[in-house]
Design a binder for this molecule. Structure first.
Ligand SMILES: NC(=O)c1ccc[n+]([C@@H]2O[C@H](COP(=O)([O-])OP(=O)(O)OC[C@H]3O[C@@H](n4cnc5c(N)ncnc54)[C@H](OP(=O)(O)O)[C@@H]3O)[C@@H](O)[C@H]2O)c1
Length: 260
């Protein structure tokens, strides 16, 4: 299978790292020339838009910012034998992409930069669920897990929870980090302590336990954890997090209207 990428920025680099040498070479088109050494290391090859038919790609990932999508897709309109387009772009819907690309061969996905650790939870939706859709899923599974969305509108909530959502956790973790700082001798020790603390959360979950069981393993009746959990519930922290999800979802809907 031959893969191409237009726009080699944060998300494209994360996906390439997660693909870890599969599908060599991956054809890349970016505005800025990349260093030859970095390209050799990752088995990437530059391509010119004019050569897209000659290369005969199966999929072209479009990884530019929403404002740049129209320009890129218009430059591809002229070609008869176009590859299937996989758009990672937030907020531009399939119908708009089809019109800009002048083809119905379009799939939308929402990966995350965790692709670089092969841990992206990637959402996918396409109007047609044929051979290319299934092939695209097999590519996405190389850098994590895949959620098949049942409607395109689910991208708004998906982006909010799994795209922006990791940043919400980081925001909350800042609080933990500054507390752990109090008990650490220096920044090196702080980093180690903080890393152990946050990675053990994932390790505990990897043991296959339910979240409630994990809480109960720490909590004892009338104990310190119990007091803290009651305080979180009293302050309706769950509602505040749901509110942040809703705010991000709403913004995703607004962006969609801006790029129609
Ligand atoms: N970052 C994430 O976590 C994430 C997650 C999911 C989805 N996405 C989506 O992915 C897209 C890219 O995000 P990003 O964070 O990777 O952006 P980015 O780091 O700015 O990367 C975009 C790259 O595309 C290049 N580019 C722009 N116009 C181009 C053109 N006409 N031809 C070739 N290359 C062009 C840019 O070059 P210049 O810098 O010179 O403009 C830049 O190198 C966005 O639409 C976003 O919605 C991002």
């Amino acid at each position: 299978m031959k893969l191409g990428i237009i726009g080699y920025g944060n998300i494209a680099k994360a996906m390439v790292a997660g693909l870890d040498g599969k599908f060599n070479p991956i054809y890349v088109n970016d505005r800025k020339p990349q260093s030859k050494k970095a390209y050799r290391k990752k088995s990437l090859q530059d391509f010119k838009i004019d050569d897209i038919e000659k290369i005969n790609l199966d999929f072209i990932f479009i990884c530019v910012k929403p404002k740049d999508v129209k320009g890129v897709l218009h430059s591809l309109q002229q070609f008869k034998n176009k590859p299937y387009l996989i758009s990672v772009v937030a907020g531009i819907n399939l119908t708009s992409l089809e019109n800009m690309y002048n083809s119905k061969k379009v799939i939308r996905i929402m990966p995350s930069t965790a692709a670089k650790y092969r841990k992206s939870v990637t959402g996918i939706f396409a109007k047609s669920k044929g051979r290319e859709y299934k092939l695209a899923i097999s590519v996405l599974r190389e850098f994590g897990t895949v959620c098949e969305l049942t409607s395109e509108s689910q991208f708004h909530e998906f982006t909010s929870v799994l795209g922006s959502g990791q940043a919400f956790i980081f925001e909350i973790l800042k609080n933990y980090r500054s507390k752990i700082n109090k008990f650490s001798k220096n920044s090196k020790e702080l980093n180690r302590n903080f890393y152990n603390f946050i990675s053990s959360v994932a390790d505990a979950y990897a043991d296959g336990k339910d979240l409630e069981d994990l809480i109960n393993e720490i909590r004892s009746p009338k104990g310190t954890t119990h007091a803290g959990i009651i305080s979180l519930k009293r302050d309706k922290v769950k509602n505040k997090i749901d509110k942040a999800f809703k705010a991000a979802e709403l913004r995703s809907k607004e962006i969609q209207n801006e790029y129609k």
